[in-house]
Design a protein around this ligand. Structure first.
Ligand code: HEM
Length: 504
């Protein structure tokens, strides 16, 4: 046996024994009153039951095993929550205990994974980051201050759509929305343009964010069998490291340039973008926020803010093109309230209740983060008569809850009207509808997403009528989902911007 084979043999034996021991320990602890769940296979447990659409597979399993269900994913005990009532127990009554995070192996490539808000455990640093988001970045006054930047990006997007219109060319709606959101967020950070719709400038950045999305959406054996972590069997940690290094270099560049221009204020006037705001905050003597915290925070905002928003826009447009009466109603609301001459403004959104209902209905049926970001129990908790052990992963299946026939009438139909008469909202108080989460970990970017998603959609609908490409009918439009880091369309939505009245 050569050295290589010997090593392989040694590693696999070690993995096998380790997994057996963990499995034996788990089986004995299963007598400790875990919530019910399906029987698993030796070693892998219930891993193979997840399939390609785990949100759907788990929704089906919960019909048999109940709204609080245990799965063994390799060595990781996972509790799946599938009803609004149970979600309230977790995210309201026991929010503090369930607000820990499972840190995925790929994220440990960061020198301090705790520096990222997404993966930080509850504690002083996480609280500082949340406070900065709430007070310095996403509160109404701060968001208003950067409205001009967003307006300019929307104008560019419309110009790009006009070119497709003139050429009668279909656009990839998700890509167009992704580019716009990426540009918007980049501009809010550094007040410079980044990505050109046409030329694909700064393609590198776009590719990096896509690559991170792909990595984040790939199930990693190392997360289920910790013994595999040192060998990173799928190379996901190495790929993440490459992306982070490149992104950090880009951010470093921007931060250093800004530090230089701040030292000669007469030459370079202040921009008041997010970078300025954060640098001010660092210079505030009372603050424990430092320069090295800026990059992880920007990385969080980039990765958490772009695809979530663009996928919401893509699903909304897909639902509108499938349900043309809804599209017509949303268009006529915009026409009546704003008209076609004056560009849509963020302040107009409050006067577009039907468009708001359309977005809510889309988020109910297609929540971009269907399991939220996995939570972790920081202590053993008694829940509905069962025991959830410390350090279990907790997945809240918002996809299943949004389609629960006990809560929603005719749950599979796309009917924005259901939200017109109701006060149900996504701000984290109505547990049957929590696309942004609820409790301490609720999405801090929700106020920005709320503005951006509505603004882009209203601008799409105000500027053009829309039709599907030749040969695609509303009835045959592919609405299949795939779960990466967000819930995406399997087939990207292609749509043609056209003149009003030309589609009927
Ligand atoms: C439609 C758009 C969006 C949706 C549906 C969405 C949804 C979510 C969800 C479900 C979570 C996890 C909540 C939990 O674990 O309980 C989350 C977390 C987060 N979101 Fe969003 N999000 C969106 C847009 C944004 C934007 C625009 C930003 C920033 C610019 C952002 C930044 C974050 C961050 C930093 C976290 C982690 C918070 C923490 O762990 O404490 N999100 N988001």
């Amino acid at each position: 046996m050569d050295l290589c084979n010997f090593l392989l043999y040694a590693i696999s034996s070690y993995v096998f024994i380790h997994v057996l021991v963990v499995f034996a320990l788990k089986s004995s602890s299963s007598k400790t009153n875990l919530p019910p769940g399906p029987k698993g296979l030796p070693l892998v447990g219930n891993l193979l039951m997840l399939g390609n659409r785990p949100h759907e597979s788990l929704a089906n399993l919960s019909k048999t095993h109940g709204p609080l269900m245990t799965l063994h994913l390799g060595c990781l005990t996972t509790v799946v929550v599938s009803s609004a009532e149970m979600t309230r127990e977790v995210l309201q009554k026991n929010d503090h205990t369930f607000s820990g995070r499972i840190v995925i192996d790929a994220a440990t490539t960061l020198s301090h994974p705790e520096g990222s808000m997404v993966f930080a455990q509850l504690g002083p640093h996480w609280r500082t980051l949340r406070r900065i988001c709430n007070t310095q970045m996403f509160n109404p006054a701060k968001l208003d201050a950067l409205q001009g930047l967003r307006r300019r990006q929307i104008k560019q997007m419309i110009e790009h759509l006009h070119e497709s219109y003139a050429a009668a060319r279909a656009i990839d709606v998700g890509r167009c929305a992704f580019t716009t959101v990426l540009n918007l967020i980049w501009n809010m950070m550094f007040s410079v343009d980044l990505v050109d719709h046409k030329l694909g400038l700064a393609q590198e950045l776009k590719d990096l964010v896509w690559e991170l999305m792909k990595i984040g959406g790939t199930p990693n054996l190392a997360d289920y069998f910790p013994v595999l972590k040192p060998i990173d069997p799928q190379g996901l940690r190495r790929r993440t490291f490459k992306c982070f290094t490149k992104l950090h270099a880009i951010f470093d560049d921007k931060i250093n340039q800004r530090l230089q221009s701040r030292s000669s204020p007469s030459q370079f006037p202040r921009t008041n973008d997010l970078l300025d705001v954060l640098l001010d905050y660092c210079e505030d003597n009372g603050s424990d926020f430092r320069h090295e915290h800026i990059k992880p925070l920007f990385l969080d905002i980039f990765t958490a803010g772009t695809e979530t928003s663009s996928t919401t826009i893509e699903w909304t447009m897909a639902e509108l093109l499938r349900n043309r009466h809804v599209l017509a109603k949303a268009q006529s609301e915009i026409n009546e309230i704003i008209g076609r001459e004056q560009a849509v403004d963020e302040s107009d959104i409050a006067r577009l209740p039907y468009l708001q209902a359309v977005v809510k209905e889309t988020l109910r049926l297609h929540p971009p983060v269907p399991f939220l970001i996995p939570h972790r129990a920081d202590a053993t908790v008694e829940l509905a008569g069962f025991t959830v052990p410390k350090h279990s992963q907790v997945l809240i299946n918002t996809w299943a809850i949004g389609r629960d026939g006990h809560v929603w009438e005719d749950p599979l139909s796309f009917s924005p009207e259901r939200f017109l008469e109701s006060r149900v909202d996504f701000r984290g108080h109505d547990f049957q509808f929590i696309p942004f989460g609820a409790g301490r970990r609720i999405c801090p970017g929700m106020p920005l997403a709320d503005r951006v998603v509505h603004l882009i959609l209203a601008s799409f609908l105000q500027s053009f009528d829309w039709k599907l490409p030749e040969g695609v009918t509303p009835e045959c439009l592919d609405m299949q989902e795939k779960l990466g880091i967000t819930l995406n369309k399997v087939t990207p939505l292609l749509a043609i911007p056209c003149k009003f009245g030309s589609t009927t």
